[in-house]
Design a protein around this ligand. Structure first.
Ligand SMILES: [Zn+2]
Length: 199
């Protein structure tokens, strides 16, 4: 799905000093390649991803968002405790919920997406060691958002019809901060889901 960016948020797409790739850059729609070589240059790129996930600012990032078609994601739901997953897969998912999402590659656009609340994943860590983990709550949502990026899928493709809207995140932040401190913004999650998180 492609969307028309409204004039009042177009400036968010024109920041040439920000390395995060925005729509309609085709890299966001390309298939990604599995990682087989855990070299020093890969480690440098992973550090670059962690930096831009945090400073995006966001709570996760996928390699295509920094212009590389590689199967690497960073999941950082606690905003500062990044976890890196290489060649990630979802083994099992349960309990559907709806949550409002946004994306560093689609700044200023938000909408409701159906996700699974609990997922079991398998991946490699940044050094190639196998990881299995069950995620619930926000970590699960971020993981699903990021793994979609590795398949060229954006949250706007999955948004529940009629829920997408545009708002300058700087203005939205001010409103959110007035309501609740430490609100999360930009990547993956913007508002509380329609049930309480247990994590
Ligand atoms: Zn995203």
């Amino acid at each position: 799905m492609s969307i028309e960016i409204p004039d009042h948020i177009k400036h968010l797409y024109e920041d040439k000093n920000h390395p995060i790739v925005k729509i309609p850059n085709p890299v966001l729609r390309q298939a990604t390649t599995p990682i087989t070589d855990f070299s020093d240059s890969l480690q440098e790129f992973i550090d670059h991803m962690i930096y831009w996930s945090y400073h995006g600012p966001g709570i996760g990032i996928a390699a295509p968002q920094l212009g590389r078609s590689l199967k690497i994601i960073v999941v950082d739901p606690e905003y500062g405790k990044p976890e890196v997953f290489i060649n990630p897969q979802i083994l099992e998912e349960k309990e559907h919920i709806q949550i409002e999402e946004g994306c560093l590659s689609i700044p200023g656009i938000f909408g409701m997406v159906k996700r699974s609340r609990i997922i079991t994943i398998e991946a490699l860590d940044r050094y190639g060691k196998i990881i299995q983990k069950t995620y619930s709550g926000l970590g699960s949502i971020v993981f699903q958002h990021e793994i979609d990026h590795l398949n060229g899928i954006l949250f706007i493709d999955k948004a529940i019809p009629g829920t997408l809207y545009a708002q300058d995140p700087n203005i939205k932040d001010q409103q959110n901060n007035a309501r609740e401190e430490n609100d999360i913004h930009s990547e993956a999650s913007l508002s509380k889901p329609q049930e309480e998180w247990d994590t």
